[in-house]
Design a protein around this ligand. Structure first.
Ligand code: HEM
Length: 420
């Protein structure tokens, strides 16, 4: 095994790396594009073309590592399976969020965004009346980003909006259980068990008397001629709740962060809100919610002269790939007008030709994100509606605004805006 020694692997556990992984990822791309990380016992792949090819290579790479963390909290889900088993399970949910099926979801998104904005506006009105304040304040995270995707997914599963606060507590605990240490894992399993207990009577009722919602569909769908077991349905429902809420919340906050950090581009989208779609794509490239995915080698695999033995973990760095200067000019700059990024609808097989490349923030290949269109619609529609309400927004002085990735920390994006 050709272990790499000249980078101190402790860096990957540092706050410095968590806050800004990009200098380290650049070093790896340039000097060790296949790097064995002895502390994490993973091979790190950081160049765009390599990450893209490995996502597509199902002969040599398995998605089974998704079971190691996600499976421990939710139970087995489609994410950890390969081949035919994966294809069948994915077929149960994938069509629910794209194409024609997305249309009714757009009005659900709009309705939920408006309801949140109304709630927030009422809160502001009271504050302003009480304090005679000339400026308003919003925490994009707590007032909006962590609320909208959750409410949409509750509507999709037909779970009651009145119970929002309960789900709002469960979903981050479940996510932290996937990525955190033993204590967080236990807390995540507890939240998951509470969610499952809550679902039990609903699944029973909907399997007899199904409605038009996704939970009913899961309760009655047959895979290989048999209905799924209640345990399988509940793992699915956990995945949909967390995948649907936990990533899109960061996409919304990161889009606001990037636009406000680049006032000229904020101006441009204000003048032409159609540009929000481009801004979303560029946000997904420069710093999307998901930093990496893990695969396991099925066979020995040689890349750049380094052989990764069969059975090893491979860390595919989406953050490394999306800032690869071999593909994107000036990759550390947020620029929604760049001419080397493919701005059309994301493709499962990727886009890499004519001097343009697609971002890899939703992964690629058989496990390509099921909710990619929903996430974009929520972020763009939600942002557009909110933009109309808060005037002249800017980062709250002293608030240290930062883009966020999925990680275990309280996070906020405090803004001020004009009320008169
Ligand atoms: C900006 C927001 C989102 C990001 C960054 C994101 C990212 C990803 C990534 C990188 C994967 C690939 C996993 C792998 O290759 O192992 C994935 C898969 C998945 N995503 Fe998303 N996602 C987002 C939103 C959503 C939404 C809204 C849903 C809700 C329906 C969703 C549901 C799923 C599911 C079910 C899978 C598993 C697909 C499979 O294994 O075949 N995601 N997502």
């Amino acid at each position: 095994m050709a272990a790499s020694t000249d980078l101190d692997s402790n860096i990957f556990f540092s706050k410095e790396y968590a806050d800004n992984p990009y200098p380290t990822l650049k070093l790896l791309r340039d000097e060790q594009p296949v790097y064995y990380n002895p502390l994490m016992k993973q091979w790190m792949v950081t160049r765009y073309e390599d990450v893209m090819n490995i996502f597509a290579d199902t002969e040599n790479f398995s998605a089974s590592p998704n079971g190691d963390h996600i499976g421990q909290v939710f139970g087995p889900t489609l994410m950890e399976f390969d081949g035919e088993v994966h294809r069948k399970l994915r077929g149960v949910v994938a069509p629910e969020f794209v194409g024609r099926k997305l249309q009714p979801l757009l009005s659900i998104i709009q309705r939920n965004a408006m309801a949140l904005i109304e709630k927030f506006t009422a809160k502001q009105a009271t504050m302003i009346a009480e304090q005679a304040a000339l400026k308003g304040e919003i925490d994009i995270v707590d007032d909006f980003a962590t609320r909208l995707p959750l409410n949409v997914i509750l509507d999709v599963l037909d779970l009651p909006q009145e119970a929002h606060e309960m789900f709002h507590g469960w979903y981050p605990a479940m996510m932290n259980g996937i990525s955190g240490g033993p204590e967080l894992r236990i807390a995540g399993q507890k939240a998951n068990a509470e969610y499952h207990a809550y679902l039990d009577p609903l699944i029973e009722a909907r399997s007899v008397n199904p409605g038009d919602d996704l939970l009913s569909r899961l309760a009655v769908t047959e895979v290989d001629g048999k209905r799924m077991t209640p345990a399988e349905i509940k793992s699915f429902a956990s995945l949909i709740l967390v995948a649907g809420a936990e990533t899109t919340d960061k996409a919304i906050a990161n889009l606001w962060y990037q636009l406000l950090a680049h006032p000229d581009q904020w101006q441009a989208v204000q003048q032409d809100p159609e540009l929000l779609d481009r801004a979303f794509t560029e946000m997904m490239r420069i710093h999307g919610p998901a930093g990496a995915q893990t695969r396991k080698t099925i066979n020995d695999f040689t890349l750049h002269g380094v052989t990764i033995p069969a059975g090893e973990y491979v860390h595919l760095s989406l953050y490394g790939a999306n800032r690869d200067e071999r593909v994107f000019k000036d990759p550390d700059t947020f620029n929604l007008f760049r001419d080397d990024l493919y701005f059309s609808k994301e493709l499962r097989s990727g886009y890499f030709k004519d001097g343009m490349a697609g971002h890899l923030g939703f992964g690629l290949g058989p496990h390509f994100c099921v909710g990619y269109q929903l996430a974009r619609a929520e972020t763009v529609i939600g942002t557009k509606l909110l933009m109309e309400v808060i005037k002249n927004p800017r980062f709250k002085p002293g608030s240290n605004p930062q883009p966020i990735a999925i990680r275990i920390e309280p996070w906020h994006l405090h803004l001020e805006f004009d009320t008169a």
